[in-house]
Design a protein. Structure first.
Lengths: 343, 343, 343, 343
């Protein structure tokens, strides 16, 4: 059993994290903090947790947080970086579900997030929490930067190709579609049901914060800078990301299915589908799986990879729990044996 | 041709009103005002109107508004009452799509809307704009209070029964379901797609602002105070209201179908369906129709009336245009010959 | 550990049952039968179950089924009754998720379901599987008739009132709204997304198969025949039932909250919300809970009860697992400790 | 006034065509045929048309159809080709909303549609009904092949680039997303709300019937065969297509905005948005417009074009009416002055 706290539990990644932690056999949930909701029962805000989480939101209290083994930050971007150094100094391990520690370059962080980074010196020790790439380092990490949702779906779909130099890494395209929960639980016009329902649109074509993150990690995998076009779209559903990935093979398209099958053979949460498949986002609704299908087109060089995740699970809270399991030596699937909810 | 302005055109009733006015052969749209969006092209906020509305939002200007034949208020509650006296004095006729002039009793208005009424003296001359009841008075009106969406669906479903004293008016029940556009275009959490999608709930069981409006009008129709239970629900769609109405017959349930057919025989926008029907809200999506089905149950005394409208059309902007047509002597269906959009 | 088979696992109650059984610590799933899909891997039809159910659909085989401790029927109405006698004779216990054993009166069954009952002699020994009423009898039962979805939501919302004779049982009204998964996974026009999406409608006002079931059970609870008006509606979402129940108090409306709280104090899956609440269907999405709110209106006699379930869980597969737990002496919540999926 | 009939009016393109024809000032609708629904009032099947279409579905009658000026085929693929020769011989002009006359090569037709073409000799005289390319020929045509929905969105988004040889035509990518109404009104499992709702998936990656159509027309525009990757996706909404198009500039990406603006300057239904825009499918819901945004990425060679239509309007029935207007010399916008329905 480890003592765990969640800082900022009022958003969608927060409530999803609480759902998963409530089912985890090794977790003792000590606190869920929220300045705005301090004093409110967690289950009053989220009645789905009645009977599962018997805590009130509390003000962040460094002494209390400092007594935990692990603190999750499910806060907006820019919060974790203000508290991380203090908590690390107290011996607490951290998983940040926001973007504060995802980029290695503080200048780049400032460019995309609009404020200076509060603790650039910690960036070097932060481990990018994609278990399929960094499992060993995550096990030792004090500070894990949980990947973004789009970056998770895109990287898992492209990694085998990029790592093996099977494709032209200058002309990668990631056409991505997300449910609206990715936009968070804040009041807004653009994600009202009356705006986002019965509607489909692209956004951020000129640039999206997840682009530098994907670029950084794929470039590491490629051993050189990659060229990636990333176009996100808003789709009228709540959960789910579908990445449609286009790449040009440089060695013929054959054997790509086998390449993916081998790359992910031992991965508990990456499921390579049989040839010809079209994964559905709902097959991973509420589940920590990433499902991938590989299509080599008849032209002999175009590869189309389809990659789906639940943005709140493998794209956020589930991956965070997976990272926790790795960090503390638990079965990596502990608390995450949950099939997708169909229909 | 009449000169028309819309005050407050940035919400859902506003944009729907603009869509309808753009198609109306007798309307010259002179201005669309919005303090918050002044200077913005209307079609930048609502690209669906590109090519149809070539105006920028403007600051409300009493001189300009005063030069119009008709001003619509598509503003939040409490705005029209602050400008109405001035505009009426300038000879302009007004249709308020909000609630400011719906209740005859200023004290009751204050109780439900939380602020004193700004011009209680005008309440007596305001005409409640339900054409099926007040057509003659609307034609003469200077100031029309356009009915609420729920009140329109409920009244049209109950009026024939209440007017004819065919039912026990003490035990009326209106179980109503609305799409989320009824909640407006303001940023909010509760009507986010991720909150209101894949979800159904009641709200306001203890009391909703549309209850006194329905109560007032049905009591007028009955000639005595009625007893009505009104439960609104939020349903995961954008447009549409479905009222399921329960009444106990005091004269046997027979001939109720004929009663409705006769009551609405000459109404251009009330469509009584054949016996045994179940009207769908989508049959009136984008249309000004109210479709009604009448069910007399086998127990011999229970009547179930099903009444559907598009909350933004017959429940708001369409009814306002219908009232305009009546006020200015146009064909009542002018600009409103629009079948529902199916699918 | 018990040996379990599912007959007819290709529908929505089937796949939901498989999801729950896959997580149950005491269940060894031996077979999932389907004539139409025999030979197909279950996880090919339902990729969400990849890694959780490693079986192919098989032809129903009485010898194999006869070797199980428990067989679930997740078949269409009319199938279980043709196999039940044989399986019971082999010592197998049965839970039928369809309607074959819900009505005590074979003539009434034939009237509503259109075919003669195949084994009317078994009706007397079938136990209606609503644990909140029949827990003791379920524990002993060989044959459990799992309740319908609407009946579960309506009964749990009305039972405290009917059992205590607190309301006029002649004028009960159940205005119910269901997601489309209740209509099943068969190809149809009426539940296409393009038909049922962005649409709301009533159906079956003149009579629905769940009415005699509700009537039978509430009359048993009341000790006399009740008078109930039941109007089901189709709402544009996948899962969830919301029952809005109207009753007239005969003893004053006070203390009704306490009545519900006491009635369900020891029930693991009935959650009575604080006064003034409006339960959301999504709070029970994927969960076996029924959430109830009680409203006593200001008129002093009208009670409005709001009751929500997931039609596929507490309204079908979850309740079936709950019944299984009771029948085999397991913790009633075993395998059902699953919070609702929000958002 | 022209005499018009619709063959096969029970599907989604049929009902949409009827909605538009009912509003058209120059059309006398003489018949709507359907073998399966013969005798049923059109407005019984589609209550939205009550008061607008006062006809019953009838059996196809060649004498009656032969007396019309124009017959629309809103039938499944393979029907129009069996009747076209006879009707043309009777002097009737035809618009086929299905695929029978879209491909010039009968062998290719057979390959993709699985049956031999019934009248390959007519293919040469059929005019592909994309007004933005073939306006002059449409005006003279006896037989118009109305384009598919995906092909319309893709071609309008790529034509300016392909015609001007501004891009590498070997590496075009069309990542397309469609609402489910594109799949038609037939009973099916895959487009049930409970299957297609809250879900996103690709389909037909290995090959889709719209690919040869797009390929044929873009190759004509390019003057040489193009290389196009086309991936369609099903998105959980009813109406709308969003095409995200990727092309590599061969002359630098500058001035592409102007290129599109000039190409479509005189087109009544193609709306090129200001730079930086992201068109929403809902902006064209129920409207005949195609809205396009052009993005030239910072890398200096990647172009991303976003193109949206309503699949049932500009992608089917609206474009058919536009073609009719051209064929009979009416104002091209007649009956099509309908802004999108927002929200």
């Amino acid at each position: 059993m480890i003592k765990v706290a969640v800082v900022g539990g009022t958003g969608y990644t927060g409530v999803e994290l609480l759902r998963l932690l409530a089912l985890h056999p090794e977790v003792e949930l000590r606190a869920v903090t929220s300045r705005s909701e301090a004093g409110t029962q967690v289950s009053d805000l989220f009645p789905s947790l009645r009977g599962y989480v018997d805590l009130a939101f509390s003000e962040p209290d460094m002494a209390m947080l400092g007594g935990c083994d692990l603190v999750f930050f499910a806060t907006p971007n820019g919060v974790a970086m203000t508290l991380a150094a203090d908590l690390l100094a107290r011996g607490v391990r951290l998983i940040d579900l926001a973007a504060d520690f995802r980029l290695r370059d503080a200048a780049q962080w400032e460019q995309w997030y609009g404020v200076p980074h509060a603790c650039p010196d910690l960036l070097a020790q932060a481990v990018y929490g994609l278990p399929e790439v960094n499992r060993g380092r995550i096990a030792e990490a004090r500070l894990v930067a949980n990947p973004g949702c789009y970056p998770t779906a895109v990287q898992l779909g492209l990694l085998p190709l990029v790592e093996s130099a099977r494709v032209d890494t200058e002309t990668l395209i990631a056409d991505c579609k997300s449910g609206v929960s990715g936009a968070g639980r804040g009041a807004s016009v653009v994600t009202l049901l009356a705006e986002a329902g019965e509607n489909f649109k692209a956004y951020g074509v000129a640039g999206h914060r997840h682009l530098p993150e994907i670029h950084q990690e794929l470039s590491l995998a490629a051993g050189k800078p990659v060229g990636l076009t990333f176009v996100p779209h808003l789709t009228p559903m709540i959960r789910g990301i579908h990445a449609t990935l286009y790449a040009r093979s440089v060695q013929g398209a054959g054997e790509v299915q086998a390449l993916f099958a081998e790359r992910y053979a031992d991965e508990p949460f990456v499921d390579v589908l049989p040839p010809g498949s079209h994964p559905e986002t709902r097959s991973v609704k509420g589940a920590n799986d990433c499902r991938i299908a590989v299509h080599a087109l008849d032209d002999g060089h175009t590869l189309v990879i389809l990659s789906v995740i639940d943005n709140l699970v493998k794209g956020a809270a589930g991956q965070a729990v997976q990272n926790m399991n790795i960090m503390f030596g638990y079965d990596e699937r502990s608390g995450l044996r949950l099939p997708g909810l169909i229909p």
